[in-house]
Design a protein around this ligand. Structure first.
Ligand code: SF4
Ligand code: SF4
Length: 333
């Protein structure tokens, strides 16, 4: 996506000043901010990224674990991340949606922008299939299978150092940074002995990630205690059920959820992952969709019922959820 074109479009959208123009401005303003701030690939004490003409043959001494996937030199496991499919995750789903909106915007750049054009041609709500999945490269290895393997290798081999070898283009930095962050979390989960703490790490990770996405892109864009879906007259969905406070409504008792702290700008008093994962049809029709089933880390660690707990146990705090989910072991152990 071309930053100069985006900047010009942002000015045109700001002049339009409608609910959907503001929504698109929020998406692209944060996208540009991320592009500008992350020029360096993520690095850490146990992940080393190599971006040079690395001759992998130089480091292949033993390849005894999983042929063609991992290579090791007795003290370090080297993993060529370019051999793995890194696109199967919710980060990619969202980035693909941004690219879709961007290319629609470019196609309509000569038209006079109106709210109707944004809905019909740019967001293209009627034709947007938000259930469509990323097309995986079948020649590449599955990353979640690597994570499950890593656990066995680390615990059985005493090999403590892990190096990810990557060759990347500037444009790919955001994508690789996301995957490396997830791999870092996966290694922390694997190295933690206590099962409930493992689940806690993952639960916190997902909660913080979703909070960050909703805060940074400002999808719900609250104004005067009404969310985007509540004040946009073009919302055809019969949700949320109330006129104020977004979707923080207790459907069981048909009252406003009592975890909502109205005294503190409508903040939630608890940490419910299911609530964070609930994205209304109105936002999903614009391509905002974070499914726990698409997450690399849930594919690697959670059993089906643990994923279902994440999605369906609304209004329940983290502590109770960790207790429930911790009754079963994780997928890989
Ligand atoms: S997710 Fe909830 S708060 Fe956000 S726009 Fe949809 S209904 Fe409103
Ligand atoms: S528990 Fe869920 S519905 Fe209730 S206030 Fe918190 S986020 Fe909203």
């Amino acid at each position: 996506m071309n930053a100069d074109i985006i900047k010009k479009q942002i000015i045109a959208l700001k002049n339009l000043n409608t609910p959907n123009s503001e929504f698109i401005v929020n998406l692209f303003e944060y996208y540009l901010k991320m592009q500008n701030s992350k020029k360096v690939i993520l690095d850490s004490d146990f992940i080393t990224v190599v971006n040079e003409n690395y001759n992998l043959d130089d480091v292949i001494k033993i390849n005894k674990y999983t042929p063609n996937k991992l290579i090791t030199d007795n003290s370090t496991i080297y993993i060529n991340l370019n051999n793995y499919e890194i696109g199967e995750n919710w980060f990619y789903n969202f980035q693909n949606n941004l690219c879709r909106i961007y290319s629609n915007l470019i196609k309509t750049k000569n038209e006079v922008l109106t709210e109707e054009i944004l809905i019909d041609k740019v967001l293209d709500i009627k034709n947007n299939d938000y259930t469509k999945k990323y097309i995986v490269d079948s020649k590449k290895y599955k990353l979640y299978k690597l994570i499950k393997n890593l656990d066995k290798i680390i615990t059985s081999s005493n090999l403590k150092n892990i190096k990810f070898l990557i060759k990347y283009d500037e444009e790919d930095i955001l994508k690789y940074n996301f995957v490396l962050k997830e791999l870092k979390m996966a290694l922390e989960v694997i190295r933690e002995e206590n099962k409930k703490k493992k689940i806690l790490y993952l639960y916190d990770y997902f909660s913080d990630y979703l909070d960050g996405e909703f805060r940074n892109y400002n999808f719900c864009n609250f104004k005067n205690n009404q969310c985007f879906a509540q004040y946009d007259k073009n919302n055809k969905f019969k949700f949320p059920y109330t006129e104020y406070n977004g979707c923080c409504y207790d459907v069981r008792n048909k009252v406003q959820c009592n975890n909502l702290d109205t005294a503190s700008c409508g903040k939630c008093k608890i940490k419910s992952l299911s609530c964070k994962l609930l994205i209304c049809g109105y936002l999903r029709s614009k391509g905002i969709n974070y499914s726990i089933y698409d997450s690399l880390l849930t594919k690697s660690f959670f059993k089906l019922h643990q994923k279902l707990d994440c999605v369906w146990e609304f209004y329940i705090d983290e502590k109770e959820m960790i207790k429930r989910m911790g009754k079963a072991s994780l997928l890989y152990r």
